[in-house]
Design a binder for this molecule. Structure first.
Ligand SMILES: Cc1ncc(COP(=O)(O)O)c(C=O)c1O
Length: 414
């Protein structure tokens, strides 16, 4: 009886809120974990999305670098429809075909040999750290420490909060799980200094996404990989944001001449459906039955969608398109930089791009862009990040640049 009473009371309260005011309702019902932009999205197609008032937006947030093929891509919709009528969920006690097909594709196109599927980026990274610890226990005399980098982001679980090198995420939860050492990014000497008998792995993002789109020196990853190989420790790449074409190659590691021992994926892998994956080289694949698992991981529905998306991305050389359109976008942003002296930097790889300012104006700019029909992300108080779908066209880039130009022009007048 308790629940229906509560529901009745809630319904009464909700009726008092203005009709269809989803944002007020959200305020009432949700834990406050973040601040949302005041837009209620109800529909999307390609690079466009519409809100509950019918307003159209050009979407340069892309579900946080998730919607690789844009909103509701036909290949993914078709795969979902077909799989939903066939088999949605089966436990990993059994074999299911979509996950095996997806595994074949991922392994065939990467330097890794084995895969484990899960549901999110944080979960993929948790699995990667657990695998590194198994490696440490079995091959490195019990070494368990993992070196991570400052301004990195690896997810929101407790262990990934410890791995993430940003104190603002860590402070509310101290004490954190031990075994992570944060060192300066893009500094191989810092990695060397932090390495000890206890070290089993180094985990890095090839380009730091949440930390502000930070691009390392061309030889940084190569030097860290050499160090790892010299010391016999694992070189792990978190490609959750950079993977699946985002930076202009299927995996960002291809551009840096390295091959990780473990790689994690999520975000763009499912082009909108929630899926994560951890891939490992043969000699590192040391889990024994029962040592790791996931109820939904490798679910047939999401795997069928991810397979369809990934196959489309590979067959149509979408990474090549990303490189071309990404360069075009950066060139246009550079011309805005020449126009507005408060822009301090344009940086990015492929379609993971940031625009930095000498003032903390990102929030104001996000709202101003929304007002003109462009969705963008504030990655730092003084920087915007752009993660449009990988299929964005030059024409759509021009439209976004037009809006940004107007918004920046207004800012310049203050
Ligand atoms: C590099 C990287 N790793 C891990 C994560 C966490 O992924 P998820 O939010 O799916 O847990 C993110 C999310 O932004 C990320 O960018």
């Amino acid at each position: 009886m308790r629940l229906p009473d509560r529901l009745g009371k809630l319904n009464q309260e909700v009726q008092q809120l203005s009709r269809n005011n989803w944002q007020e309702l959200e305020q009432k019902l949700f834990l406050r974990t973040g601040n949302r932009v005041p837009v209620t999205l109800v529909r999307g197609q390609g690079a466009l999305a519409w809100d509950d008032q019918g307003r159209e937006y050009l979407d340069f947030v892309g579900g946080w670098a998730v919607n690789s093929l844009g909103h509701c891509p036909p290949v993914v919709v078709e795969a979902l429809e077909k799989q939903a009528k066939t088999l949605i969920q089966a436990s990993n006690q059994f074999y299911t075909i979509p996950q095996i097909e997806l595994a074949q594709l991922l392994i065939g196109y990467s330097c890794l040999d084995k895969v484990f599927f899960c549901n999110s980026g944080a979960e993929a990274n948790e699995g990667a750290i657990k695998l590194a610890r198994r490696y440490g226990k079995l091959r490195l005399n019990g070494a368990y420490e993992v070196i991570t980098s400052q301004s990195s982001f690896h997810g929101r679980t407790l262990a990934m909060t410890a791995a993430t090198g940003q104190s603002k995420f860590q402070e509310p939860y101290i004490p954190l799980p031990e075994g992570f050492i944060n060192v300066e990014y893009n500094n191989v000497e810092a990695v060397k200094r932090a390495t000890s008998e206890q070290t089993c792995a180094v985990i890095l993002e090839p380009v730091q996404g949440e930390g502000g789109v930070n691009i390392p020196d061309d030889d940084y990853l190569k030097k860290v990989q050499s160090w790892c190989r010299e010391k016999g420790i694992l070189f792990i790449l978190d490609e959750i944001q950079t993977g699946i074409g985002r930076t202009g190659t299927l995996f960002a590691y291809e551009q840096y001449g390295v091959e990780p021992d473990i790689m994690t994926l999520a975000k763009g892998l499912g082009s909108g459906v929630p899926i994560g994956a951890l891939l490992a080289r043969e000699h590192v694949s040391l889990f024994s039955p029962g040592e790791h698992g996931s109820t939904f991981g490798g679910n047939p529905l999401v795997c069928a969608a991810a397979y369809a998306a990934l196959k489309y991305i590979i067959d149509n050389d979408i990474p090549g398109q990303v490189k071309r359109v990404g360069n075009y976008f950066m060139t246009k942003l550079e011309s805005l930089k020449r126009q507005f002296d408060f822009i301090t930097e344009v940086r990015g790889r492929g379609l993971l791009v940031a625009l930095e300012f000498n003032q903390e104006i990102a929030e104001k700019l996000v709202l101003a862009c929304v007002g003109r029909g462009l969705l963008v992300n504030k990655v730092k108080p003084n920087a915007l990040r752009f993660m449009p779908p990988l299929i964005i066209t030059e024409k759509e880039v021009d439209r976004a640049i037009g809006i940004l130009g107007e918004v920046l022009g207004k800012n310049a007048k203050y």
